[in-house]
Design a protein around this ligand. Structure first.
Ligand SMILES: [Zn+2]
Length: 79
């Protein structure tokens, strides 16, 4: 009860095992994945197809991005 369960968050579905370090890292990534990913071409909604591969549901374009979420990848490319 308490502190440990709060830290693991979304990774709680794994139950016991995997270690709390792995689980807390996983839930940090999964929280970002749940945020809407925006297509850089048409500002539509992009869906992750695989590691670093994204597809837009509006303009049907495929493009590369971050392995788990788009936001950080596009910021990195600009700088
Ligand atoms: Zn698009």
């Amino acid at each position: 009860m308490g502190a440990k369960k709060k830290i693991i968050g979304a990774a709680g579905k794994f139950g016991a095992g995997y270690g709390s370090g792995v689980k807390s890292r996983f839930s940090a990534v999964e929280a970002k994945q749940r945020i809407k990913q925006i297509c850089p071409f048409c500002k539509g909604r992009a869906k992750r197809k695989g590691s670093g591969i994204w597809a837009c549901s509006k303009c049907k374009k495929n493009f590369t991005g971050g392995a788990y979420y788009l936001e950080l990848a596009s910021k990195r490319r600009k700088s």
